[in-house]
Design a protein around this ligand. Structure first.
Ligand code: ATP
Length: 365
């Protein structure tokens, strides 16, 4: 069990700055996701926490102890890689017991521990089997067993399910999460899959180009993205952006989209310049009585819901509606946005404009 904190951590590879100054805390027992596109620096961040890479500057704390310059062997953590390298000449039980045997633990104690872990992982019946003929799932369970058996302070996993097909991946992600809930060990997990991060994580850090864009619980990140990047990276389809110029005035909270005034209950007095109006597809309502108009360009059937693509005076947007709604391609329709669900962004910096106080109101409103 461990709390992990990274403070102003930076990593350079030669003249290339892979991770910019990053700061966040992983609380004891959390299932914590490092999420971002390929090359954003998530693996490098994980490797620095695990001690496989040393930070160029900044501090890393595990349970309050600064470990930034200590090697992995002195951090009492376990690393689970995507490719589960098992010892091919050993059976399942021996693969799991290996870390304990090499520590010199007495035989009876090793057996007890391995039996316990096998029970947790549901692999008691294959303990004597060679690892060669095992299914992908069982190989994964054995690799996890070998990581768990040492009772490390924390687990570090780098896209552990990346090589699996979609169906099996979903099954294993549920199993991993259930295992975590049973054991309660701090787990740091790298993924580029936003859905996996949302489904599995207690908290998520979203990275882009070596920068921590946002850090929080999944719902907060989905509902209140701190940047346009996060709003686009999370959610499928992503958040819609309608660009417009100028804003409000007189301390009012109203935006004008193509001359249609819309109340925004956000403390945005003084915001001006190029702004982006962000709204998630499920918060775009088709309502013929609404003044803001769009033309239906396409519909995509998804079972219980459908995605409707519309052309508006401010650009193309997507709406999610029940499949039972009759929508005709080519028709003009009114669009309504629930102002409580809208996020405004500075179009240049990409940063969300909103106040913390207002977030609280909206989160409960
Ligand atoms: P991926 O999902 O593709 O692994 P990532 O977000 O995990 O991406 P990192 O592996 O952390 O990204 O890499 C971040 C950047 O640092 C990339 O541009 C990568 O090419 C670079 N990088 C990583 N390791 C090294 C290294 N040892 N030497 C030089 N550059 C490196």
């Amino acid at each position: 069990m461990a709390q992990i904190r990274i403070e102003n951590v930076r990593k350079d590879f030669g003249s290339f700055n892979a991770v910019k100054s990053s700061t966040f805390t992983i609380e004891d027992g959390e299932f914590f996701m490092l999420l971002g596109p390929s090359g954003c620096g998530k693996t490098t961040t994980l490797r620095m926490m695990a001690g496989l890479e040393l930070p160029t500057s900044g501090e890393i704390y595990i349970d309050g102890e600064e470990v930034g310059q200590k090697p992995a062997s002195q951090r009492d953590i376990a690393f689970v890689f995507q490719m589960f390298a098992l010892y091919p000449h050993m059976n399942v039980g021996k693969n799991i017991s290996y870390p304990l045997v090499s520590q010199g633990m007495p035989k009876a104690q090793v057996k007890k521990k391995v039996d316990e872990i096998a029970e947790i992982l549901g692999i008691t019946d294959i303990l004597k089997k060679p690892v060669g003929g095992l299914s992908g799932g069982d190989r994964q369970r054995v690799a996890l067993g070998r990581a768990i058996v040492r009772n490390p302070k924390a687990f570090f996993m780098d896209e552990p399910l990346g090589a699996l097909d979609a169906e099996f991946r979903e099954h294993m992600s549920e199993e991993l999460r259930a295992l975590h809930d049973r054991m309660g060990a701090t787990t740091v997990y790298v993924t580029h899959d936003q859905l996996e991060a949302m489904q599995m994580g207690d908290k998520i850090v979203v990275m882009n180009h070596g920068v921590v864009e946002q850090f929080g619980v999944p719902q907060e990140i989905y509902d209140w993205p701190a940047t346009k990047f996060v709003a686009q990276f999370i959610g499928s389809p992503p958040m819609n952006f309608l660009d417009f110029n100028g804003m409000v005035g007189n301390g009012s909270t109203e935006v004008r989209l193509n001359d249609i005034a819309m109340a925004i209950p956000q403390c945005l007095d003084g915001a001006n310049g190029a702004l982006s109006f962000g709204v998630r597809p499920e918060h775009v309502q088709l309502d013929d009585a609404a003044g803001y108009r769009g033309v239906v360009k396409a519909t995509e059937y998804l079972g219980t819901t459908q995605i409707i693509t519309l052309e508006t005076p401010n650009g193309v947007i997507k709406a999610r509606a029940p499949s039972s709604d009759a929508v005709r391609v080519g028709a003009t329709t009114g669009l309504r946005f629930d102002p409580r669900t809208v996020t405004l962004f500075d179009a240049k910096s990409g940063k969300a404009l909103r106040s913390q106080a207002n977030q609280g109101v909206l989160a409960h409103g």
